[in-house]
Design a binder for this molecule. Structure first.
Ligand code: URA
Length: 190
């Protein structure tokens, strides 16, 4: 574990713990304010993210930014966004269990240093890891679970909303619940 953000970032950028380092263009460490009280966790980089070295910069990312904007959240100001896996799996296949296992320490170290009050999981894969392995995201999105003093909540992945736009209003409700919770327990987010 690193206790300094810059040391953690530098070590992560050098990571060769799994084979994904051989095919990545850029490692995607994360984006946002490491002092934020709210953290978002996605699955892993896609093509655009690999090219730019930043999470959620494709079409899904644009939708995410719009939904965040409605509730006054901004990746350049008051939140931090990271992924469970820092390097793009070729052809966007699912990361293998051993790749996830090798990578998760970086995320755990990020969470430890950011020490967010609220974690929002984007999609089932991150919700299964962060909240509980048997989470049913269609039924349990928008619900806050207390994980050792950190409130965690899952919402639908932006890519899923692009595939199925009828789910957008339901997902937006999650962001309104998030806004209410921020008002209740956070100090500096607004
Ligand atoms: N999907 C994710 O889960 N993360 C990204 O960074 C991009 C797409």
């Amino acid at each position: 574990m690193y206790d300094n953000w810059e040391d953690l970032k530098n070590a992560c950028y050098d990571c060769k713990k799994c084979g994904l380092c051989e095919t990545r263009t850029n490692l995607v460490f994360g984006v946002g304010n490491p002092q934020a009280e709210v953290m978002f966790i996605g699955e892993g980089p896609g093509e655009q993210e690999d090219l730019k070295g930043e999470p959620f910069v494709g079409r899904g990312g644009q939708l995410l930014d719009k939904m965040l904007d409605v509730v006054d959240l901004d990746r350049n100001k008051n939140i931090y966004i990271a992924n469970m896996v820092k390097c793009r799996p070729p052809q966007n296949r699912d990361p293998k269990p051993e790749e996830q296992e090798q990578c998760i320490g970086w995320l755990k170290n990020q969470v430890k240093l950011i020490h967010p009050k609220i974690i929002v999981c984007l999609g089932r894969i991150s919700a299964m890891k962060v909240i509980k392995p048997d989470i049913k995201i269609t039924r349990e999105h928008g619900i806050f679970f207390d994980k050792k003093g950190t409130l965690t909540m899952a919402t639908l992945h932006p890519a899923a909303l692009l595939r199925n736009p009828t789910q957008k209003p339901g997902a937006m409700e999650d962001y309104f619940k998030l806004r209410d919770k921020i008002k209740e327990i956070c100090k500096h987010t607004y």
